[in-house]
Design a protein around this ligand. Structure first.
Ligand SMILES: [Zn+2]
Length: 312
């Protein structure tokens, strides 16, 4: 069965009504996945402009009670505050605390995993460092008895950690650790998902490394994306971006019988100061209709942005 949906931001300042006022629209669109976003949440009195406190247990459980039971595949998007690439012990400690809080909230929601950005990527040699950090966080996760899994996300910029294959390689050495495959990020940083061969190569390695099924789905993101010289510039709507090959990627997944092994969240949005018609929900409905049709797209006709080269 298809697991597909959008993200909803939550924090201490979100009223329960506001958190779920999109619910009737989700039901109308017949989507069945929700990613609760804690993107700007921080621990304690951080006093950082633009940040908000995490939602409380009471708030979280009230939201869950309002959801129709067993209808939604739930996940969490952790805050920007998490970095596994930092080498400063204090920053790593702070990251772990924020991850820990996100995992706890994920469990309150009954969410399957916590997606998070692994950090910036300045030195080639920090691959073993990230591996060590994530391994330690996984041990911590088990020690605390959290159910939600960690799912670091493929970064959209060249200087963000990390590309698809690096991340799979690292997660593959850590029990329970998944990755979040954001195809728009993968595309933006030069990943070869513009050919069937490139997509198949990814599915093959995912099958080698993870045990994916309808209860343990690989988190996926997609959206419109503006790509610049350094990779991701910003998210937009599908029709207004740099030609993310979403029809090709999802056609290959469909042909390979892979849709029952992934959970798809749409992160499309109207960029600030732009007036465009549509939102994440209208884009996710487009994907859903595409997948429910007989249409298959086997080649990419777009222009892959401003990239000078492709990785793999
Ligand atoms: Zn994403």
């Amino acid at each position: 069965m298809l697991s597909i949906g959008v993200s909803i931001g939550v924090s201490r300042f979100t009223s329960q009504d506001k958190a779920l006022n999109v619910l009737p629209e989700l039901q109308k669109a017949e989507v069945n996945a929700i990613e609760f976003g804690l993107l700007n949440c921080v621990l304690g009195q951080a006093n950082i402009p633009g940040t908000v406190p995490y939602p409380t247990e009471k708030q979280t459980k009230a939201i869950v009670e309002d959801l129709p039971p067993d209808q939604y595949y739930l996940s969490i998007h952790g805050p920007y505050r998490i970095s596994a690439t930092s080498e400063e012990p204090k920053k790593l400690q702070y990251s772990k605390s924020n991850l820990s809080k996100s995992l706890l909230i994920a469990d309150w929601f009954g969410a399957h995993h916590v997606t998070f950005h692994a950090g910036s990527f300045k030195k080639k040699h920090n691959i073993p460092h990230v591996q060590k950090v994530l391994t330690e966080w996984e041990e911590w996760r088990q020690h605390k008895g959290y159910n939600a899994k960690m799912a670091p996300e493929v970064g959209g910029k060249y200087n963000s950690f990390a590309d698809f294959f690096t991340l799979v390689e690292i997660a593959g050495t850590i029990d329970n650790c998944l990755i979040t495959w954001d195809i728009s990020h993968d595309f933006a940083r030069g990943g070869n998902i513009t050919t069937e061969e490139g997509v198949l190569k990814r599915l093959t390695i995912l099958d080698q490394v993870f045990t994916l099924n309808s209860d343990n789905r690989l988190p996926m993101h997609f959206s419109g994306m503006i790509v610049g010289k350094k990779g991701e510039s910003h998210h937009t709507l599908l029709d207004h971006g740099t030609g993310v090959p979403w029809k090709l990627v999802f056609s290959v997944l469909k042909e390979q019988n892979y849709l029952g092994k992934v959970s798809i969240i749409c992160e499309s949005k109207v960029p600030k100061n732009e007036k465009l018609k549509g939102n994440a929900l209208t884009d996710v409905v487009r994907l859903k209709k595409f997948l429910e049709s007989d249409q298959l797209v086997k080649s990419y006709k777009g222009r892959p942005g401003h990239l000078d080269y492709y990785l793999t």
